[in-house]
Design a protein around this ligand. Structure first.
Ligand SMILES: Nc1ncnc2c1ncn2[C@@H]1O[C@H](COP(=O)(O)OP(=O)(O)OP(=O)(O)O)[C@@H](O)[C@H]1O
Ligand SMILES: [Mg+2]
Length: 136
C-alpha cells in the first residue's frame, strides 16, 4: 500500500484527478476516514479527471449522486447516515456496482462486508492542521 501526505485541499483534489486516469468501467473505490478528512475533496478531483462537467457536492443528504458526461459515468455514494445493511441494499447499491461506471463510496468502512471483490480502498487520516495521510 502506498501512502502520501496531502498538505492542502488542492493536493487532495490533484490526487483524485490523477487517480481518475487509471479507472476503468466497473471500478469501485471505497473511501474511509474521519469527518472532514477529504473524501469528498478527492472525489471532486476524480470527477474533474473523468471530465465530468457539473460540480460534485457532498452527497450526505441525498446518499447517491450520478454524474454522467465524463469519460465514464461517476456514481458517488455516501453511507454516513445509514445504520443497517438492509438500508444499504435498499438504496440499490448493487445496481451501481455493476452499473457501467465508476462508483465512489464514502464511509465504505461502515459496511466493509458489502463491498464487492476487487474494490480499491483509499484511507484518509487527519494529521496536524491541513495535513492528511492518504493511503491506497
Ligand atoms: N489536505 C487536505 N485535503 C483535503 N481537504 C482538506 C485538506 N486540508 C484541509 N482540508 C479541508 O477539509 C475539508 C475536507 O472536506 P471533505 O468534505 O472533503 O471531507 P470528507 O472526508 O468528505 O468529510 P465527510 O465525512 O463529512 O463527508 C474541507 O473543508 C477542506 O477544505
Ligand atoms: Mg464527504
Amino acid at each position: 500500500m502506498a501512502s502520501i501526505i496531502s498538505h492542502n485541499p488542492e493536493e487532495t483534489f490533484a490526487l483524485g484527478r490523477q487517480c481518475a486516469a487509471s479507472l476503468r468501467c466497473g471500478d469501485v473505490l471505497a473511501l474511509a476516514g474521519d469527518l472532514g478528512a477529504g473524501k469528498t475533496q478527492f472525489t471532486k478531483g476524480l470527477a474533474a479527471g473523468l471530465g465530468v462537467e457539473c460540480g460534485v457536492t457532498s452527497p450526505t443528504f441525498t446518499l447517491i449522486h450520478e454524474y454522467p458526461g465524463g469519460r465514464l459515468p461517476l456514481f458517488h455514494i455516501d453511507l454516513y447516515r445509514l445504520e443497517e445493511e438492509a438500508e444499504v441494499l435498499g438504496i440499490g447499491i448493487d445496481e451501481y456496482l455493476d452499473g457501467g461506471g465508476v462508483t465512489v463510496i464514502e464511509w465504505a468502512d461502515k459496511f466493509a462486508a458489502l463491498m464487492p471483490a476487487g474494490v480499491r480502498w483509499v484511507r484518509f487520516r487527519v494529521l496536524e492542521g491541513d495535513e492528511r495521510e492518504i493511503a491506497y
